[in-house]
Design a protein around this ligand. Structure first.
Ligand code: URA
Length: 209
């Protein structure tokens, strides 16, 4: 996969616009995030290895395509990552799930870890790390550090919005981790928010603040 993939599908772009709108209520925002997560997941999993299985249709036997059964792990970067997780789990219910808790020190903008629980055997799994907002890239890069420390070697990063600064940071820290996003926005503001962006994704999905 390329280091950066922008999912430009009209449905994704339409839903993203609704999510950016400050007047979109919390419940609608959450539902849109769920829907868009599935559309982006479709792109992230495009190259999953396939094999065939012998089945009988009502008419005749055939060797039909199925996923090779490679183990998958989803890692949600708390708390906003959880908004992407549920939709993707609906598509891939057998995936294992991990959580990395990082908050951003509002002064230094550096990530501080408060939780990490990851599935076993990450070295055998494709790991999809999810966080809606790739802003400075500091938390994302730190989360990927933790995932790699558990042995993962095949990792993808799925987000909704990315800032050029975050993409550059991830490319520097983890050039082997492809990023898949719905859009790349202009820049970060002085508080580290993506602009034009959609605000604080966690607050918007959980109705806090
Ligand atoms: N996190 C958010 O939720 N929004 C931003 O714009 C940046 C980081």
């Amino acid at each position: 996969m390329d280091h950066l993939t922008v999912v430009s599908h009209p449905l994704v772009q339409h839903k993203l616009t609704l999510m950016r709108d400050v007047d979109t209520p919390t419940a609608v925002f959450r539902q849109l995030l769920r829907e868009i997560s599935q559309l982006i997941a479709y792109e992230v999993t495009r190259e999953l290895p396939m094999t065939t299985r012998r089945i009988d249709t009502p008419l005749q036997p055939m060797d039909a395509p199925v996923l090779e059964g490679r183990k998958l792990a989803l890692v949600s970067i708390l708390r906003a990552g959880n908004g992407l997780l549920d939709g993707i789990l609906e598509l891939i219910p057998s995936a294992r799930v991990g959580f990395v808790g990082l908050y951003r020190d509002e002064e230094t903008l550096q990530p501080v870890q408060y939780y990490c629980k990851l599935p076993e055997n990450l070295s055998e799994r494709l790991v999809i790390a999810v966080d809606p907002m790739l802003a400075t890239g500091n938390s994302s890069a730190a989360a990927i550090d933790l995932i790699k420390a558990q042995g993962a070697t095949d990792i993808r990063f799925l987000c909704l919005l990315a800032a050029p600064e975050g993409i550059a940071r991830m490319k520097e820290a983890h050039p082997d981790v492809p990023i898949v996003t719905a859009a790349v926005d202009e820049r970060l503001n002085e508080k580290g928010y993506i602009v034009p962006g959609l605000g604080d994704a966690g607050d918007r999905m959980f109705g806090t603040k």
